[in-house]
Design a protein around this ligand. Structure first.
Ligand code: ZN
Length: 237
């Protein structure tokens, strides 16, 4: 039933978009409470930057479409369908969640507004090109609606910072080249004020563990050398 709704839906119809995404949202609330503590941790660790040093709080999280698919792997089929729907809605974009707060006296925190974050965030893509985020009027209504609904879910996952979390989007491709690709060799970074998230690629979370042919120990999927014996590993992609 869900797939039929997608097939016959029109883009830009807000009511349609809302109802279409309500089911995934409900699933996500359930997901957020359990998933973050389990298999998603590895994925999140590789794609998220957080700092609480030097009198400020900062969170930058690149949320690749593959995150939803990855999260779906261990879920029931209804949740999987919802998560695929989310991935599809956000597919035309690179999505980054960010929050920033300056700590004042007595542990008070003054958080940067959406506009301040928007004006101070940039993405350096996997090809080394730097891009400013898309202005809200350039973002498809359905994706924007979805992210607005997601805010409270992420707030729950992240805690106090989450309430001041905002989403920033870039087009998935510019001049036929992807800006971000979790399976690429290299890195991407997101700069927010003087903090940076730097992500090494490919993501270990998306690659199977490697078994060293020399010593038999396990290592992360993206590693080139065995951390135990130094043997050169042949990556399986
Ligand atoms: Zn080894």
């Amino acid at each position: 039933m869900l797939t039929d709704t997608i097939r016959f839906g029109r883009k830009g119809d807000i009511m349609f978009g809302m109802s279409r995404l309500l089911v995934p949202l409900i699933c996500l609330v359930a997901l957020a409470t359990t998933a973050a503590a389990q298999s998603d941790t590895k994925f999140i660790r590789e794609t998220q930057y957080s700092s609480g040093e030097n009198n400020h709080l900062c969170l930058i999280w690149w949320i690749p479409g593959e995150y939803w698919v990855y999260s779906a792997a261990t879920k029931d089929s209804a949740t999987q369908a919802s998560l695929r729907l989310i991935a599809e809605t956000l597919e035309p974009y690179v999505v980054v969640a960010a929050a920033y707060g300056a700590m004042g006296e007595f542990a008070s925190v003054s958080y940067s507004t959406d506009e301040e974050l928007f004006a101070n965030i940039s993405l350096r893509d996997i090809h080394g090109r730097t891009h400013l985020p898309l202005s809200p009027d350039k973002v498809d209504g359905e994706a924007a609606n979805f992210l607005a609904m997601m805010k409270p879910v992420f707030s729950g996952m992240i805690g106090p910072l989450g309430k001041n979390l905002n989403f920033y989007l870039w087009p998935a491709t510019i001049d036929s080249l992807r800006l971000a690709d979790p399976m690429a060799d290299g890195s991407l970074s997101v700069k927010l004020f003087s903090d940076s998230l730097r992500v090494r690629l490919p993501l270990n979370a998306l690659l199977p563990e490697q078994i060293c042919t020399k010593c038999g120990e396990r290592s992360e999927g993206a590693w080139d050398f065995c951390p135990w014996c130094g043997n050169h590993l042949k990556k399986k992609k």
